[in-house]
Design a protein around this ligand. Structure first.
Ligand SMILES: NC(=O)c1ccc[n+]([C@@H]2O[C@H](COP(=O)([O-])OP(=O)(O)OC[C@H]3O[C@@H](n4cnc5c(N)ncnc54)[C@H](OP(=O)(O)O)[C@@H]3O)[C@@H](O)[C@H]2O)c1
Length: 248
């Protein structure tokens, strides 16, 4: 299939923030590839967006699985021959047992599995799709992080909560800066942002904001003009009424 539209891949887009980002990108005429590790959930999400008249496609993608990423990349190459935008949204925040709210007692298995999804999977899918961006000298990559991973704020107000999650998102931040350095001169802009605390399955119902509100900054970073921000960390736009950079 050939299309003049930009192609965006959003990981973990069957629900929550990933779904909201997909919807917003499709609403501005970007052709979104919705992805999920569970096909039934992903197809149901695609149907919902299609019923709103939005142009979306679907393919299964488990970002922690080498074969799944290879199959997805091959399908993307054969079907569209390109990708313009990658949103690394899929993530986990395992509910820690009480003793796991401290790095002194957290289970190493919790650390490992969180790192696998939140960091290594971001690297895996980036390694697979960046070559498709390089051939067209264009790409925008958006990594979902959190203010809880800002070393600057941790230094002043650290409270022991979800250490495996925090450390994994510090990894995402580091990956963002290092990849940005490697991509200098390729017109592939990679940035991270904190969507804020949102009412999703992960955020829970007490969160003050919706996934739709959290999705705003993703759209801004996915559609940066050439020469725009590179290797930066952004806050959610709704909080400041515009794009504001956070300290790493
Ligand atoms: N909610 C918040 O307040 C908040 C705040 C800051 C940052 N974030 C970040 O925002 C992102 C989205 O979070 P959310 O609140 O929307 O969480 P969510 O409602 O729990 O959704 C997480 C998504 O990630 C997917 N996922 C997990 N492992 C995957 C894998 N191996 N392969 C493919 N997809 C996978 C899930 O798929 P399944 O349905 O199959 O599980 C689901 O679609 C995450 O990176 C999270 O860390 C969230």
């Amino acid at each position: 299939m050939t299309t003049q539209k930009q192609i965006a891949v959003v990981t973990g887009s069957n629900r929550g923030l990933g779904y909201a980002i997909s919807r917003k990108l499709a609403q501005i005429s970007i052709h979104v590839i919705l992805t999920s590790r569970n096909q039934t959930d992903g197809l149901a999400a695609k149907e919902k967006l299609s019923s709103e008249g939005l142009a979306v496609d679907y393919h299964r993608l488990d970002v922690t699985n080498d074969v799944s990423v290879q199959q997805f990349t091959e399908w993307l190459r054969e079907t569209y021959g390109k990708v313009d935008i990658l949103v690394n949204n899929a993530g986990v925040n395992p509910t820690p047992k009480p003793e796991e709210s401290s790095l002194l007692t957290v289970q190493l298995e919790t650390m490992r599995s969180t790192w696998e999804t939140n960091v290594l999977a971001v690297l895996r899918i980036s390694q697979a799709l960046i070559p498709l961006m390089k051939v067209q000298n264009y790409g925008r990559i958006v990594n979902i992080s959190t203010e809880m991973a800002s070393l600057t704020s941790i230094k002043s107000d650290y409270y022991p909560l979800a250490p495996s999650y925090r450390l994994s998102k510090i990894g995402v931040n580091g990956l963002t800066v290092l990849l940005a350095k490697e991509l200098q001169g390729d017109n592939i802009l990679i940035n991270a942002y904190s969507p804020g605390w949102m009412k999703t399955d992960m955020g829970g119902e007490n969160a003050p904001f919706t996934a739709e509100e959290g999705a705003e900054t993703a759209v801004y970073l996915a559609t940066l003009a050439d020469g725009g921000a590179q290797g930066q960390f952004f806050a959610e736009m709704r909080k400041f009424g515009g794009p504001i950079q956070l300290q790493w």
